[in-house]
Design a protein around this ligand. Structure first.
Ligand code: ZN
Ligand code: ZN
Length: 133
């Protein structure tokens, strides 16, 4: 089943391919829909941040919409999730199909958070060693 309507702004969705994975991107607000685990898979793919072509300011504005956002795939109300690392990202996740909606600019931050985990992990490791000695 092809998705056609953006859950945030009602714009049309287009299908874009990256590393063999089909992502649905809104032609108007450039928000993106990832089916279950696609965002997790794509964040480790080099160059996948080029999918996120939207203006982060538009994304920020749409991120403030805290009312009901329904899953474009199964029409269920999505839950707001937060990913905190270098950037704080609020995104919507469907409890039924596990798909996620990222507003424009959020996928780039999502990827950055992932890259940062290596450095943070190293810092944590150093602290642990200090405590032991
Ligand atoms: Zn949209
Ligand atoms: Zn769903």
């Amino acid at each position: 089943m092809k998705l056609t309507i953006c859950p945030k702004c009602g714009g049309r969705l287009e299908q874009v391919l990256c590393a063999g994975i089909e992502v649905d991107r809104c032609l108007y607000c450039k928000g993106m829909w990832f089916d279950s685990f696609e965002a997790e898979t794509l964040k480790v793919v080099q160059g996948s941040e080029s999918l996120d072509v939207g203006d982060p300011q538009t994304g920020d504005r749409l991120d403030k919409i805290t009312g009901e956002v329904d899953c474009p795939r199964c029409d269920r109300q999505m839950i707001r999730m937060v990913d905190i690392d270098q950037h704080c990202i609020w995104y919507e996740k469907c409890p039924n199909c596990n798909g996620v909606w990222l507003d424009a600019g959020e996928f780039k931050k999502f990827k950055d958070n992932f890259k940062g985990q290596g450095i943070l992990g190293q810092i944590r490791h150093v602290f642990k060693r200090k405590r032991q000695s």
